[in-house]
Structure formats: C-alpha cells, structure tokens
Design a protein around this ligand. Structure first.
Ligand code: NAD
Length: 261
C-alpha cells in the first residue's frame, strides 16, 4: 500500500482509462476523488465499489472540465473532503473526427477546452497545495497522438501535442519542489471513446466489427493488441512511486509500438 495517506484526483474517471487508473491508485491505498459524467446511480456504485474493494475514502465531483471555475471548485472539494490532491491525473478527454475544412468550430473549441485547457486549469489549482506539502505527482494522459499525427484529428492531435508541451514546462517549473510531471502516451485502448470510432467505421464501410477492429489496430500498431486501463493504471502507480522520483518531463509511450515506426 505505497500510496496510503495520499489523495488522488483523476479527471474523467467514471469510464475507461481514468477509472482503471483510479482503481489502481486506490489498490495502493490512495484516497480518490472521481470525476466525470454518467448515470448518477452507476457513478455512486463505482464510488462505493472503490471504498469497499480497497478500504480507501472516495468522493465524486461532477465538474465539467471545459469550465475553469468548476475545475477550481473540484480541487477545493478534494482539499475540503479528503485533503490534497497529492496526485493529479488529467485524463478527461473527448474526440471528434473530420477534415479541417469541415471541422465544426464548436468541436475544435470543445476538444481543446477539455483535452488541453482543462489540464492547465487543474494544474494551476492543484500546484500550490502540492508545493506547500513538498510532494506531488502530476500525470497527464496524452496519447500516441501527442507524438505523431493522424488525418481528421486536428483538434485532438493539437491538444495532445500541446499537453506534452505543458507537461515539460510544468516539470521545469516544479523541478525542485518534490513534484514530478509526466505524460502517458497510450496507443489504442478499447474504451467508449474508441468503440464509437469502431462503430462509425462499421456503419460507413459496411464491414464487420471484427474486421474493422483488426484494421484499426494494424493500421497504426505493429503489435495488434489493445492496451488495457489496468496496464495504464500500473504505469501511473509506478510514476507515483519513490522509484520514479527523478522521472519528470517525460512523454512515456505504452502504445504497442505505434510511435517506434
Ligand atoms: P472514455 O470516453 O471511456 O472516458 C472519458 C472520461 O472523460 C469519461 O469519464 C467522461 O465522463 C469524461 N469526460 C468527458 N468530457 C468531460 C468533461 N467535459 N468534464 C469532465 N469529464 C469529462 O475515454 P478513454 O478512452 O478512457 O479516454 C481517457 C483519456 O485517454 C482521454 O484523454 C483520451 O484522449 C486518452 N486516450 C485514449 C486512448 C484510447 O485508445 N482509448 C488512447 C490514447 C489516449
């Protein structure tokens, strides 16, 4: 239980990768502030599941990460209800797929607000407390798309490249405050965000889900396997450990070989 006594705020943790990371940090003893959208009864059962499975405290904030004032209130809630946050995982993210010439302005603004500006506002709100306590871990969930591009993902690729830049700046600013800042760059993970892209292609291309899944994986990844939220959770736990105390400013790939090409 290496994280007992620490408080972790994981944005977008009602689903997918964020939930996997929240559960992995809780398994190491961290108290958790969950955040994200969804059915209130299901979210309450996720929260209760974390409390009963891991014996930690867990609370929930419904803050919309596209609204800076709600982010600040969420960080205050973490401090008031749990103490902390000592660990901030900026994970909330959305996707929109279209050519630049057809990309709706409001979707550009939405993707940048949630995937990039949200991380800035959460870091701005959480850093003073981490500095005061002399310890902190900030983990930004970027993507292989933070390092390389794909067509039709202008807002997402721009936000994720920006998030890696933001990670490096924060790492420099906090280098001697006991706070590390790193970015995790996953390849394909089978979550609702990717399931929607698969379903859209099945509808558009008229091939089976199995064929489209194989195509999606093999177009980008030498290893045609999904990364799991559990593996990413284990990587986040490592980044919070003493062994990773000097690891900072790094984009860390777990992407089935995507960016090795
Ligand atoms: P997901 O759709 O399963 O989960 C997204 C989470 O973000 C949900 O909890 C959702 O409620 C929350 N969210 C969305 N908009 C929000 C908002 N405005 N305010 C608060 N919460 C909001 O997606 P996922 O695949 O688990 O993605 C998580 C992160 O991982 C994203 O940043 C994504 O870009 C990144 N990522 C995903 C993959 C992949 O293949 N799935 C690969 C690389 C990076």
């Amino acid at each position: 239980m290496s994280l007992k006594g620490k408080v972790a705020l994981v944005t977008g943790s009602t689903s997918g990768i964020g939930l996997g990371i929240a559960r992995a940090l809780a398994a190491e003893g961290a108290d958790i502030l969950l955040n994200g959208f969804g059915d209130p009864a299901q979210i309450e059962s996720l929260r209760e599941g974390i409390v009963s499975s891991f014996g930690v405290r867990a609370a929930y904030s419904g803050a919309d990460i596209s609204h800076p004032a709600e982010i600040a209130a969420m960080v205050r809630q973490a401090a008031d209800e749990l103490g902390g946050p000592d660990i901030l995982v900026n994970n909330a993210g959305v996707q929109f797929v279209a050519d630049i010439a057809d990309f709706p302005d409001e979707q550009w603004d939405r993707v940048i607000a949630i995937n990039l500006s949200g991380a800035f506002h959460a870091m701005k709100a959480a850093i003073p407390g981490m500095k005061a306590r002399g310890w902190g871990r900030i983990i930004n969930i970027a993507s292989a798309h933070g390092l390389v591009a794909s067509a039709q993902k202008s807002a997402y690729v721009s936000a994720k490249h920006g998030l890696i830049g933001l990670t490096k700046v924060a790492a420099l600013e906090l280098a001697n405050d006991g706070i590390t800042v790193n970015a995790i760059c996953p390849g394909w993970v089978l979550t609702p965000l990717v399931q929607k892209q698969l379903d859209d292609r099945v509808a558009r291309e008229g091939r089976s889900l199995e064929e489209i899944t194989q195509a999606l994986l093999s177009e980008k990844q030498p290893m045609t396997k999904f990364t799991t939220p559990e593996s990413l959770g284990a990587l986040a736990v490592f980044l919070c450990s003493d062994a990773a105390a000097t690891m900072t400013g790094a984009p860390i790939s777990m992407d089935s070989g995507w960016v090795a090409q």
